[in-house]
Design a protein around this ligand. Sequence first.
Ligand SMILES: Nc1ncnc2c1ncn2[C@@H]1O[C@H](COP(=O)(O)OP(=O)(O)OP(=O)(O)O)[C@@H](O)[C@H]1O
Length: 305
Amino acid sequence: MIEIRELTKRYGGVTAVDHLSFSVRPGQVTGFLGPNGAGKSTTMRAIVGLDRPSAGTATVNGRPYADHPDPLRQVGAVLEATPAHRGRTAYHHLLALARTHGIAASRVDEVLELTGLAPVARRRAGGFSLGMRQRLGIAAALLGDPAVLMLDEPVNGLDPDGVLWLRTLLKHLAADGRTVLVSSHLMSEMAMTAQHLVIIGRGRLLADISTAELIARSGVDRVRVRSPQATELRDLLVRQGAAVTTDEPGTLLVGGLPVETISTLARGHDLALHELSPRRASLEQAYMRLTRDAMEFSAMEGSLP
Ligand SMILES: Nc1ncnc2c1ncn2[C@@H]1O[C@H](COP(=O)(O)OP(=O)(O)OP(=O)(O)O)[C@@H](O)[C@H]1O
C-alpha cells in the first residue's frame, strides 16, 4: 500500500506537486496518468525518498521508504532506463545488486526468466536496446520480490510484443496481491493495463477512479444513424429537439435523443433504418477533457491580478 497525503513539492518557483493525496491499494494495477509535466515522476521520486517533499508525506506499507530496514524487498522501482553498469553483463549487474541486498543468487536466474532476458544474460548491458534496458530495470526491481512495484513510463522503448508482455506481467504481479503503480501519459495503454486510475494535472488530483467507472461515466454521447431517407429523418429529429450533424451522405450523428426514441420516430414515419448505434465518447476523449479543463483552470488562475 502506498499512501500520499497532502504531498507538495516545489522547485524554486515551480510547484510540481500540489497538495496531492491518494492511496494505491494492493491486488490491482493502478495507472498514474497525467500530461507531460503533471508531476508523476516527482511524486514517484518522493515515494522512494529521492526527492524530499516541501510538505506532506509519502509512505509505503505504513512508513517512509527510507525507514524500512529492507527497502528492496518493500519496493521495486523502475524510475529510468539507465540502471546498469555498461561494462557488466545483465547477469553480473543483477548478481551484484542481489549480493549487496542479501538476496539469494538463485533469484537472479528467476528474474532473468521472468523478464525474458535469460538468452542475453551474458551480454554486456552497454549494448542493450532501450527495450532491453527497460526489461533489465524491471528485473532489478523484482529481485527482492517486493510487495510494492512502481514503474515510471515503462512502455517507452518497448516494441508491441514487449508492451503486451509487460501488461500481462503487471496484471499477474497485482493478482498475486502486490501493489502496482505504473505511470503513463497514454490513457489508451492504461485502460488496457490498469483496473484503477489516478489522474493528475499540474500537480493536483483530477480523478481517483476505477477504470470501469471512468468508462461508464464517459457515457453515450451520440447515436449514429444510417438511413436511405436521411434528409427526411434529419428534419424529423431536429423537430424533436435533437442536435444532428452529418459526416457522410446517408449518415446522421444524433445528440440529445435516446436510441429508443429515434427508432420509434422512424418507424412511426415509415423511414427505413440501416444502422442505429450508440457512440461512446472514448476514454481518450474523457481523459483529454479532464486534463484540458485543469490546464484552463490553472491558466485562468494565473491571469488573475
Ligand atoms: N529537478 C527539478 N528541478 C526543477 N524543476 C523540476 C525538477 N523536476 C521536475 N521539475 C518540474 O516539475 C514539474 C513536474 O515534472 P515531472 O517530471 O514530475 O512531471 P511528469 O508528470 O513526470 O512529466 P513527464 O511525463 O514529462 O515525465 C515540471 O514542470 C518540471 O519541469
